[in-house]
Design a protein around this ligand. Structure first.
Ligand code: 5GP
Ligand code: MG
Length: 175
């Protein structure tokens, strides 16, 4: 851990709890009878996914996909690769993708195009955070949590060089 890192709380754990509850309510209304597959984008979404699904009181399945879009540090390489594929086919299923953050939109666009080729019955996106000021490609976020400023955020699953995922709050990493 970088001893010089300065962290400022942006969203306290209580605010995150409330937001996860709100998103869970909206997702429940839409998916209660649809037996969806929730696909978490690793690694950043794992804590959000864990909290979210425990507030969804209906049949669902969980899968994960791992993409890499960023090299080390905090700048986008602009390239996306699948590093860990889905376990089960999603053809004909109602699919909800769970993301930690939509920044330029390049990663999620790549993923949604990829999943669409598998012919799911429906395909929607839930993102806990959204950084619209940095968008390079348009993205439709069906279930949106917090809008964040153009700062690098960590905590609640989000990392910087694999550090800080375990922070219970979402913090700005000041440089
Ligand atoms: P995008 O392709 O939309 O630019 O970025 C996608 C990925 O970059 C996110 O899923 C996330 O892993 C990473 N990312 C973008 N902005 C941030 C940020 O502020 N903090 C952290 N920790 N990761 C970010
Ligand atoms: Mg991500």
């Amino acid at each position: 851990m970088n001893a010089k890192a300065k962290l400022t709380v942006l969203f306290h754990r209580d605010e995150i709890d409330a937001m996860v509850g709100k998103l869970a309510g909206n997702i429940s209304r839409e998916y209660r009878t649809k037996h969806p597959v929730l696909i978490g984008v690793l690694k950043g979404s794992f804590i959000f996914m864990a909290d979210l699904i425990r507030q969804l009181d209906f049949p669902l399945e969980v899968d994960f996909i791992r993409l890499s879009s960023y090299g080390p540090g905090t700048t986008s390489a602009g390239k996306v690769r699948v590093e860990h594929a889905l376990r089960n086919p999603i053809k004909g299923r109602n699919v909800l993708v769970i993301e930690d953050i939509v920044d330029t939109g390049i990663t999620i666009n790549f993923l949604l195009d990829l999943l669409r080729q598998e012919q799911p019955a429906s395909l929607k996106l839930c993102a806990l955070t959204d950084k619209p000021s940095r968008r390079q490609v348009p993205v439709n976020i069906d279930f949106r949590g917090f809008t964040v400023p153009d700062k690098f955020i960590v905590g609640y699953g989000l990392d910087c060089n694999e550090q800080f995922r375990n922070l219970p709050d979402i913090c700005v990493l000041e440089d």
